[in-house]
Design a protein around this ligand. Structure first.
Ligand code: ADP
Ligand code: MG
Length: 693
C-alpha cells in the first residue's frame, strides 16, 4: 500500500466528522484528494483599493472595521463596514455564528477576498467574502502565484481543501506514485505530460502560469488530465450501453389508434422533422431491446408533441409512462398540455408536485401503484422511494442536461425487474455537435429535429453595457405600455442560489421604483413551489407585465405573449445557456427582442461570444461555437448535474481529441479490462457504481 492509498483521515485536521463530509465530495484517500481538482483560480497577488472594485469581479481588499451590526429585515443579516483610504464598503453575511460576530467586533483590520457588488446608488458590497484579521494594512504577505479554488461542501472550506491538497502533493512528490494508466505509446502519440507533473501543475500553478490558458483548459499540462477524464467517462458510457443488451423491454407497436387520434386533433400539422423522429422512436419502441435514445431539437422545435406521440402508442398497449422534467414550473406546463391532448382520449394523466400532500398524495400514489394512472408528470419527485409504478414501460426525460446520470438511472430502475426495463427517451434543447455526442452520449442513439415549425420569427438581439440600464428600463416601459410582456433575467455565476435570489429580489424592488404603473412579478429558486407557480400563472395570464426571474425560467417555459427579454451579466453565461434563455421569447406572433446586458469591459472572448448571439438564432451554430470557445464541459452542462461532475474545470478538447478518445477506448475495451477499471475508479469513483449495477 503506497502512502497515496492511505485514508484521508490519516492527515492532520481530519477527524471522523470531517472525513464524513469529505466523503460527500467523493474523497476518501489521498489519491482522491489529488483528483479533487480546482474549479477555478483566484488572483490574490495584490490588494485593490475599495473604490476600484468592479461589479461582478473578484477582488482582494484591506480595510479597517468601522462598524459591525445585525440588521433584522426579512432575514437576519450581519453587516460589517470597512474603510480604506479610497472608500467604504459593506460585508454582508446571511449565515453567521455568534463567534464570528464577536471576532469581527474585536477586529481592527481585515483582509478580504470576494466578489464585489456595486449597487445602483454606488454602495460597494461583498456577500460572504473570505476574510482574515490583520493588525494593520500591508503586514500580511501576498500570495505568490494563483490560488486554487476547490469545489467545497458544507463543513469543508477552501482552507481545509488547500491544506489537504498541499499534504497530498507532498506525499506524491516524496516518492508516492500515481500509476500511469495510459499505455506509454499513447502518451507519446498525443504528447501528454506525465500524470504527476500535470497534477502538481493544476493544484499549484506556478507564478508565471498563464491564467487565461489555464482557465480555458488548453494548457498542455491540462491536456493530460482532460484526455484521461474524457476517456473515463466515455468508457463508462460504453459499458452502460453494453449492459442494455442483457435486458428486455415491452414491445410497443407504432401507429396505434390513440396515436392517430391525438395527431389528428392537433391544431397544426407535424413538421417533416417531427414525423421522422417519431418514426425513429416508434421503431425502437416496437423492438424488445430497451430504447435509449436522445432526442435533440432546438428551442421551440416542438419536442413536446413528439413526446406525446410516443406516449400515445405506449398507453395504447397498457404501458405506464412517466415524463420527468427539471422544474416544477415546466412540469405544470407539460401536465396541462398532455391533459388537453389526452383527456379526450380517455387517458389518465396525473401531476406529482410538491403541493400534492397528505391524503391527496396517498391517493395519487395508490392510483399509480394500482395502474389507474397512465401517464405521470413531475420533477425529481417521480423517482422517490415512495413512488411505485404498476408497470412502467416508458420513461421520458425532458431537458436532460439538467439531470445527472444517477437521476436518470434511478428513474429507469423504477421500471426494472429481473431482466426487463423501460424504454427511455431523453430530450434536450442543447444541440450537441456530432463528435461530442458520439463521445459523451455513447450510451444513447441519436435523433435530431432539424427544422422549426413554420412561421417562427427571428429574435433580434442587442448587446448593451450596464451603463445604459436606464435606456433599457425605458424600453421596458414602452413595451409594457404596448401590452407586450417582458422577462428580466438576473444571473450571477458561481454564486449560491441564495445570493442570486437576493439579487433578483433587489432588482425587482429597484424596477418597481423606476417603473410605476407596470405590474412586476418575481420568481427565484428560493421561493416556495406554489408561490412560483402562482407568479408564473399570473404572467401567463397577462396579469403581470414584467417578470423578474433567475435562470429558473431557463428551461421550457412557454409564454407566447412575452416578446422582450433582458439578460443581466450576459457575458458570464455560456452561449448555450443564453440561447436557452433567449428561447423564452420569439414564441408568438410578435417580433421579439433580446437585450444582453454586460458589466464593465468585455474580454475578447466574451465579445466574440456575445457577437455570435447577435448574429444567429441557430442553436447548432451556437453550440459549435460554444464547443470551440468554452470546451465540452460547459456545453454539456454536466457540471450542474452532481455526480457526473467533471473534475477538470474547463475541458478543452478539440474534435480531433474526441475522435482519438473513441479509438483508445476501443483498444482498451478489447484488450485491457484492468486499466479500464482503474480509469473508472480514478475519475468516477463512486459515480461509476451507477454504470455497473
Ligand atoms: P420545445 O422543442 O422547445 O420543447 P415545444 O414543444 O414547447 O418546443 O413547442 C413550442 C411551440 O410550438 C408550442 O407552442 C407548440 O404547440 C408549437 N408547435 C409544435 N409543433 C408544431 C408544429 N408542427 N407546427 C406549429 N406549431 C407547433
Ligand atoms: Mg420543451
Amino acid at each position: 500500500m503506497t502512502a497515496l492509498n492511505a485514508a484521508v483521515s490519516t492527515l492532520p485536521g481530519v477527524g471522523p466528522k470531517k472525513a464524513e463530509a469529505l466523503g460527500r465530495l467523493d474523497i476518501s484517500t489521498l489519491t482522491d484528494v489529488l483528483f479533487h481538482l480546482p474549479s477555478r483560480y483566484e488572483d490574490r497577488t495584490r490588494i485593490t483599493p475599495i473604490a476600484k472594485l468592479i461589479h461582478g469581479v473578484d477582488g482582494q481588499i484591506e480595510g479597517r472595521v468601522t462598524d459591525v451590526r445585525i440588521a433584522f429585515g426579512r432575514r437576519r443579516t450581519m453587516l460589517c463596514t470597512l474603510q480604506d483610504d479610497s472608500a467604504t464598503m459593506v460585508l454582508r453575511f446571511f449565515h453567521f455564528s455568534k463567534k464570528q460576530e464577536q471576532l469581527l467586533r474585536r477586529a481592527n483590520w481585515l483582509r478580504c477576498y470576494g466578489n464585489a457588488r456595486i449597487g445602483r446608488l454606488g454602495q460597494i458590497e461583498m456577500v460572504h467574502p473570505e476574510y482574515q484579521l490583520i493588525s494593520e494594512p500591508g503586514v500580511l504577505a501576498m500570495t505568490e502565484g494563483l490560488t486554487a479554488v476547490y469545489p467545497a461542501t458544507e463543513g469543508i472550506g477552501q482552507h481545509l481543501l488547500r491544506q489537504l491538497s498541499t499534504a497530498a502533493l507532498n506525499v506524491l512528490n516524496k516518492g508516492g506514485t500515481l500509476p500511469e494508466l495510459l499505455p506509454e505509446s499513447l502518451g507519446e502519440q498525443f504528447d501528454l505530460a506525465p500524470m504527476a507533473d500535470a497534477i502538481n501543475y493544476i493544484h499549484r500553478p506556478p507564478e508565471n502560469a498563464d491564467l487565461e490558458k489555464l482557465i480555458d483548459g488548453d494548457h498542455p499540462m491540462l491536456q493530460r488530465l482532460i484526455f484521461e477524464e474524457l476517456l473515463a467517462h466515455h468508457l463508462s458510457l460504453r459499458q452502460r450501453r453494453k449492459l442494455r443488451e442483457g435486458y428486455q423491454a415491452p414491445q410497443i407497436p407504432a401507429n396505434s389508434e390513440r396515436f392517430r387520434k391525438m395527431i389528428a386533433a392537433l391544431p397544426f400539422s407535424l413538421t417533416q422533422a417531427q414525423q421522422r423522429v417519431i418514426d425513429e422512436i416508434a421503431k425502437d419502441c416496437s423492438s424488445a431491446l430497451p430504447m435509449q435514445r436522445l432526442l435533440q431539437g432546438d428551442v421551440g422545435s416542438g419536442k413536446t408533441v413528439v413526446a406525446a406521440a410516443v406516449l400515445a402508442n405506449a398507453v395504447a398497449v397498457g404501458e405506464q409512462c412517466v415524463l420527468m422534467v427539471p422544474t416544477e414550473i415546466l412540469s405544470e406546463q407539460h401536465y396541462r398540455c398532455l391533459l388537453e391532448w389526452f383527456e379526450p382520449l380517455g387517458v389518465c394523466v396525473a401531476w406529482l408536485h410538491g403541493r400534492v400532500k397528505g391524503t391527496q398524495r396517498k391517493k395519487l400514489l395508490a392510483a399509480l401503484a394500482g395502474g389507474d394512472i397512465d401517464i405521470l408528470v413531475g420533477t425529481h419527485a417521480v423517482f422517490q422511494d415512495e413512488v411505485i409504478y404498476k408497470k412502467l414501460g416508458l420513461v421520458i426525460i425532458d431537458e436532460q442536461h439538467r439531470f445527472g446520470v444517477p437521476q436518470r438511472l434511478a428513474l429507469q430502475r423504477k421500471g426494472e425487474n429481473e431482466n426487463s426495463r423501460p424504454h427511455q427517451l431523453i430530450m434536450t434543447a442543447t444541440p450537441i455537435p456530432r463528435s461530442l455526442a458520439m463521445t459523451f452520449y455513447a450510451d444513447l442513439d441519436l435523433s435530431v429535429i432539424d427544422e422549426l415549425p413554420p412561421g417562427r420569427q427571428l429574435i433580434t438581439t442587442t448587446v448593451i453595457s450596464r451603463q445604459r440600464r436606464n435606456d433599457v428600463v425605458e424600453r421596458i416601459r414602452h413595451a409594457c405600455l404596448e401590452g407586450r410582456q417582458v422577462y428580466w433575467v438576473c444571473t450571477l455565476i458561481d454564486e449560491s442560489n441564495l445570493i442570486v435570489s437576493q439579487a433578483a429580489t433587489d432588482t425587482a424592488a429597484e424596477l418597481t421604483e423606476q417603473l410605476s404603473g407596470i405590474r412586476i412579478g418575481l420568481v427565484h429558486g428560493r421561493m416556495k413551489g406554489d408561490e412560483k407557480a402562482q407568479q408564473m400563472a399570473a404572467f401567463k395570464a397577462g396579469e403581470i407585465d414584467l417578470l423578474v426571474a433567475t435562470t429558473v425560467i431557463e428551461v421550457g417555459v412557454d409564454v407566447p405573449n412575452a416578446s422582450l427579454m433582458i439578460i443581466e451579466n450576459a457575458e458570464r453565461l455560456g452561449l448555450s445557456q443564453l440561447h436557452q434563455l433567449r428561447g423564452r421569447v420569439g414564441r408568438g406572433e410578435q417580433k421579439s427582442h433580446c437585450v444582453l446586458m454586460y458589466h464593465g469591459t468585455l474580454s475578447h472572448n466574451a465579445r466574440s461570444r456575445l457577437a455570435i448571439m447577435r448574429e444567429t438564432n441557430d442553436g447548432f451554430a451556437i453550440a459549435h461555437k460554444d464547443l470551440e470557445l468554452r470546451g465540452p464541459g460547459e456545453l454539456l452542462g454536466v457540471r450542474q448535474t452532481g455526480d457526473m461532475r467533471l473534475r477538470v474545470a474547463r475541458l478543452d478538447a478539440g474534435e480531433a481529441m474526441l475522435d482519438d478518445i473513441r479509438s483508445v477506448a476501443d483498444e482498451l475495451l478489447a484488450s485491457n479490462p484492468v486499466v479500464v477499471a482503474q480509469l473508472l475508479q480514478r475519475w468516477l469513483g463512486r459515480a461509476q457504481d451507477f454504470a455497473t449495477v
